[in-house]
Design a protein around this ligand. Sequence first.
Ligand code: BES
Ligand code: ZN
Ligand code: ZN
Length: 480
Amino acid sequence: MLVEATTDGPLGTEADTIAVGVFEGDGIAHDAPGGELQSLLDAGEAGRAFRRLAVTHAEGRRWILVGLGAREDFDAERARVVAAIAHGRARELGVQTLCWEVPHHVSDQVVGGLVEGTMLQAYRFERYRSGDRENHRGAQRLLISSHHDVADAVEAAAVVAAAQNGARDLANTPANDLPPAAVAARASEIAGEGHGVIVTTLDEREIREAGMGAFSAVAQGSGHGARLIALRYRGPGAEGPLLALVGKAITFDSGGLSLKQAAKMHEMKFDMCGGAAVIEAIGALARLGAPVEVLGIVGATENLPGPDAVKPGDIVRSLDGTTIEVNNTDAEGRLVLADCITYAIREGAGWIVDIATLTGGVVVALGSAFSGLMSNDDALAERVQASGLAVGERLWRLPLDRDYADMIKGRYADIANVTERREATAITAGEFLHHFAGEVPWAHVDIAGTAYGGRRPYSDKRATGVGVRLLVALAQDLAG
Ligand code: BES
Ligand code: ZN
Ligand code: ZN
């Protein structure tokens, strides 16, 4: 989708469809010449309540009038929602070029929300469908019409939303077409754009020989070679501690020998969503030329019960020397992340934020409305939460505590990758990672409930691309 800002009024553009919002207690700021929108309101066909929607025709264009609700409640998230609803209808009506008339006196965040909501709703994953799907493709062009110049806000939002859709493409791609090497190839593709991202990868032998016994243990059950993908980006004028973004990219999680049940196993192609968010967020930061220094570390492997697979009870040694009892091979994400976190620390990380579809426990606790957040640093946790809130990706903090850390003490080795009873699985997974982060300010984001099966008008049932907006906003906040 081509996205542009304009200071022309909608009728001065080539739009075939014009979207206009109306706040409670307000009139229509710029009606169609014949007063058609006011007529829709007068007739009760349109309304000012949030998400109400009506369509009319005037001046040879389609007009969509959307209720925005109360002005004081209208924020970037509500903008995403109304933009998604408007585009959904416009798509059904065969839109090619959509023009949003930006309501008066709204923030740049709201302007960005209109762009994001439209682009995210327009996203489709059709590459595996045969036949002609040309109809109802949705808007090919999006124009954002405003009295004042909103070009920067529009451009930034378009970059971030495109990156989020890129993460959705990676995540929706089935595991047979997305082995770990393909995840690395996507990172290299971003490096090839020439915006300053440098990518280096370790293959499975290098991972093993580097001493990452935890990561290797997961990788050894699959014939597809694992990859540790490192992405570096340093924007102009970046200073301050190095921010490491660590992503779990299990391209398929069968559970290994602790095999998962069949019913939802197919969803485990989504177990690389954390890694996808890291890769695409760094791509977006680079395209934006953001003045930040980030290091992305993505641990990519399958988790399969092949002949060499790690077995329950096996004891492995992580990169930092910790011995780990692998009592459940389905708790593989923390094994991969543990070595990636140590790797990030050795690369000089001053802050670490990891993101992973880590536990079913967080889905039980928070559903799809909030991601889970755990941290050893209150200041960092607050900034992660604030960044998430600002971009409509909410996080709820769960506690870390010695009592939880005690639950993963090993019987034979230093620590175990699961607790003896299934209790507090999201938190004890967090404590497992905490062991490796140690004193380095670190935050862990569990997106198992938010990475797919979204319930927002701008995200369908497939991958949501959660984490991209959060990580972009957080990197910018920490650098600022
Ligand atoms: N990838 C799963 C977590 C997951 C579950 C993601 C549901 C998305 C939806 C992870 O590797 C896993 O299997 N975790 C286990 C850990 C348990 C064995 C302690 C879990 O949460 O059940
Ligand atoms: Zn698992
Ligand atoms: Zn997993």
